[in-house]
Design a protein around this ligand. Structure first.
Ligand code: DLL
Length: 433
């Protein structure tokens, strides 16, 4: 089933025409109503005349996270203030948060795109969705809530945390769908086991998981441990929240809801637009947002686009699973690596549990990386030799795949902090300014 066939299955030519029309409309709107954009366009000498080809959007400047900070809290709002009905902010822990203001229409669009994503993974009216994304200023909980309500399915607004209670509810209410971060899904699986609940007695069929980077092999772990099908959902506060893109049943890239969000991929260093299939930073222009419309927003997320038709019948472009953020990339002795690549390898090695963290230190002017990974109680309490063999195996696996030699330390089961929301995988001890 497809939630909105008219838009999700549009011919490429028609979607491009629609994007062009909406792009012309949104640039005029931000120019007229957001002083920040007016100044920026004027400064760059951009004369607002209708563009005739989508290629010409390249002439417009990018919007960045720091533009949000500079215009905190309401400087990017493009409608009279009384039209704003809701605010959300980013989960960033440092500095001023990103503030997004939504009008009634924005909230309708949000519900629509989340409903499309949930429908694409197979959610139907009779499903019971346990929504364990945090409710509040974070967009994960409320965004999914709106989408489920539009579908008319049942929602349990569990929010994150109180994991034993989550498991009890899951069992007693017979929840069929779990929505939360992948790391929290994994923790829920762990508590299910600890509580002695047989996974086969749960009614859970699938999960719509996102808000943080996770690897394909992590998907495998979650699917096995929770006995579900796990799907990837992508989004960010600046654009709308969850529902910018969602996987479908084919699990081969996330469909971007392009009638609302126009994607490009650029080389993060040069700003040059890349070709289909090339990996770079995702840029999004919001085509229909009223409250906080954005032109060419630099998401910082690394992906590539695929315009091939998907077997599910949707024509909307697919983006590959996010590899990481431009600012997450580590350079260790000249080798570039994203934490997700290390995760993907760890998950393949028997004896390594899917709970890990990366410790980054600076020694004698050089960055050094250590991966701390939990192992099973049996292995941990076995001879030291067995631990050393496993550490060696992990280090070799990483070296073979990434050409990078790093230190591996096996740690006691349950010693790495569990996450109820976005997991913190990297501990940076370099004390850099
Ligand atoms: O995390 C929105 C969201 C909520 C998405 C629930 C999906 C599910 P922020 O807190 O603003 O918003 O964080 C946005 O999280 O730029 C990515 O770096 C990362 N991110 C979000 N989804 C994914 C994903 C929400 N599926 C930032 N895979 C984004 C990898 C993701 N990273």
């Amino acid at each position: 089933m497809i939630w909105n066939k008219k838009y999700e299955c549009m011919e490429r030519k028609d979607i491009e025409n629609l994007q062009l029309e909406r792009f012309n409309e949104v640039i005029q709107r931000v120019y007229d109503h957001v002083p920040f954009y007016r100044k920026k366009f004027d400064k760059e000498g951009i004369r607002l005349k209708k563009i005739k080809s989508l290629k010409d959007i390249r002439n417009f400047p990018f919007t960045t996270k720091s533009d949000f900070r500079d215009n905190y809290p309401f400087g990017l709002i493009a409608v009279p203030f009384e039209k704003i009905e809701e605010f959300h902010t980013s989960s960033g822990t440092t500095g001023k948060p990103v503030v997004n203001g939504y009008t009634k229409k924005d909230i309708q669009i949000w519900a629509e795109v989340v409903a499309r994503g949930l429908t694409a993974i197979g959610v139907r009216r009779n499903d019971i969705i346990q929504n364990a994304y945090g409710y509040g200023l974070f967009t994960g909980g409320i965004g999914h809530h709106y989408g489920v309500q539009l579908i008319g399915a049942k929602i349990i607004p569990a929010s994150g945390g109180q994991t034993k209670r989550q498991v009890m509810i899951m069992k007693d209410f017979k929840s069929t769908v779990l929505t939360c971060t992948p790391s929290y899904a994994l923790h829920i699986a762990e508590i299910v086991k600890e509580m002695g609940v047989d996974i086969k007695n749960l009614s859970l069929r699938m999960g719509n998981l996102g808000a943080e980077t996770w690897s394909e092999n992590m998907r495998g772990e979650i699917e096995e441990r929770l006995n579900i099908e796990a799907f990837d959902v992508y989004g960010l506060t600046e654009i709308i929240g969850p529902g910018v893109a969602n996987e479908c049943k084919k699990k081969n890239g996330l469909h971007i809801f392009e009638d609302h969000f126009l994607p490009e991929v650029i080389d993060p260093k040069t700003g040059e637009v890349l070709l289909e299939g090339e990996e770079g930073e995702l840029i999004i222009t919001t085509l229909t947002r009223e409250g906080t419309p954005l032109i060419r927003f630099r998401t910082g997320d690394i992906t590539s686009l695929n315009y091939e038709l998907c077997k599910c019948g949707r024509t909307q472009v697919r983006m590959s699973r996010i590899k990481g953020r431009t600012d997450d990339m580590l350079t260790i002795r000249g080798v570039n690596v994203f934490p997700s690549q290390i995760e993907n390898i760890l998950m393949q090695i028997e004896g390594a549990e899917p709970h890990y963290q990366l410790i980054l230190e600076r020694k004698r002017g050089l960055d050094e990386l250590t991966v701390e990974v939990e192992t099973s109680p049996e292995i941990f309490s076995d001879e030291v030799k067995r631990l050393e063999i496993l550490e060696g195996k992990i280090a070799r696996g990483i070296e073979e795949a990434l050409g990078l030699r790093i230190r591996v330390r096996l740690v006691e089961p349950k010693s790495i902090k569990r996450s109820m929301g976005k997991a913190k995988r990297l501990i940076d001890k370099r004390n850099l300014k």
